[in-house]
Design a binder for this molecule. Structure first.
Ligand code: BEZ
Length: 392
């Protein structure tokens, strides 16, 4: 009996000693990364590409960032603005994610920004171009690895003007992103002398384009500029071609029109010029490596959405390393993420003071199943971040 008691005490003492020994560290709990993205509907492919590439980066780092295992909490936001605040509250306040990554749709992003500002959770936007996120509603805990809506289309007006198009019609979905992109296009196109003779809108995610395409034909502009992405971009490009307009009134857009969509668009997309911060044939070693690894992992070619998701994981890694894996040390994370230069497949880009990428805008043209790089349409384009108080 006494012997057993002694053995028990010895073992307990041994365990206690081991626990306090500096060379035996307790494993930190996994870091909870919330992925709030669309996995159904028009933008489902975009959400999947972001998720794939984020996970690819983590896998390349052995499944850990700054020594922390990663646990994903995944939520399908359905590109549904009406559910955005509830969904974001659920993932932040109920599931208690350490980091919030999302989303694609600007209207949903507005709800996420509200929750991020109220809760203070560290947030990384891997697509949605909602201007206020890095403008009037900018915040220390909100970062973006993609673009502002303005930024994706500002260079297009000059491109179209230089190709001799003095008038244009505009068409898009009627929601925050469509409206902001119209503003960006109008500003750039009118500045060089262009005139917008018609602007046409349909509710998101409606894809009944026929009546509006008829209106374009009747207006007889020199060219058309548009914003559509995902499933809507596939259908619009095909419908525009089927209506017989492709060779009569050239179609332009920001690159979402033809990114991740070319297989489905086929011949209808050939020759279309777009502007975007990524292209398929960039001569950048980082891009070549990324494309190879992505294709190996998913048997798919990556697109701009994948690049933005990959960079979201890179940015998080940089922040976490600076805080030695302690996400509660948000001050250290934010300091490291501000002003960072990301070695991206799109080319190196710098984080602006408003937490948005300063990046080149490329002119691309569809050739086969590629958005071929043509030229730099605008070097180091920076969103004006209107109303962002962090700029002062
Ligand atoms: C947006 O809603 O911000 C958006 C959606 C798809 C592609 C680009 C922007």
């Amino acid at each position: 009996m006494e012997q057993n008691r002694r053995r028990f005490l010895q073992t307990s003492a041994g365990l206690a000693l081991a626990a306090s020994a500096p060379w035996v560290r307790a494993q930190p709990a996994p870091l909870k990364v919330g992925l709030m993205l669309p996995y159904t509907g028009t933008y489902a492919a975009l959400g999947n590409a972001i998720t794939n590439a984020f996970k690819l980066y983590v896998a390349e780092k052995g499944g850990k960032l700054a020594g922390r295992d990663i646990e994903y909490v995944v939520l399908d936001d359905e590109s549904e603005p009406a559910k955005a605040v509830d969904n974001a509250n659920r993932i932040v306040n109920r599931d208690k994610v350490d980091v919030l990554v999302g989303t694609v749709h600007s209207g949903v992003q507005a709800g996420m920004v509200k929750v991020a500002r109220e809760s203070g959770v560290l947030s990384i936007i891997p697509n949605a171009g909602f201007g206020a996120a890095t403008g009037a509603l900018c915040a220390r805990n909100i970062f973006r690895t993609s673009f502002s809506n303005w930024q994706t289309i500002h260079a297009l007006g000059k491109v179209m003007w230089d190709k001799g198009h003095k008038t244009a019609a505009w068409i898009t979905h009627k929601y925050a992103a469509g409206e902001e992109m119209f503003g960006g296009f109008k500003e750039g196109y009118e500045k060089v002398g262009g005139r917008i003779v018609k602007d046409l809108w349909l509710p998101f995610p409606n894809v009944e384009f026929q009546a509006l395409i008829t209106e374009i034909a009747a207006a007889k502009p020199d060219a058309v500029a548009c914003f559509f992405a995902g499933g809507a971009a596939v259908k619009f490009v095909k419908d525009y071609d089927a209506a017989g307009l492709k060779n009569k009134i050239p179609l332009y857009g920001n690159g979402f029109l033809t990114d991740g969509t070319l297989q489905a668009q086929g011949a209808s997309a050939q020759g279309i010029y777009t502007t975007l911060h990524y292209a398929d044939s960039l001569d950048i070693p980082k891009d070549k490596e990324f494309r190879l690894n992505y294709a190996k992992a998913y048997k798919l070619q990556p697109d701009v959405y994948a690049v933005q998701g990959y960079d979201a994981a890179q940015l998080l890694d940089i922040g976490l390393k600076a805080a030695k894996g302690d996400v509660k040390n948000q001050k250290a994370m934010v300091a490291a993420m501000e002003g960072v230069v990301i070695d991206s497949p799109r080319g190196k880009w710098k984080m602006s003071k408003a937490h948005n990428p300063i990046q080149d805008s490329y002119l691309r043209q569809v050739v086969g199943e590629q958005n071929k790089y043509v030229s730099v349409a605008w070097k180091a384009l920076e969103d004006p971040a209107r109303g962002c108080k962090m700029l002062v």
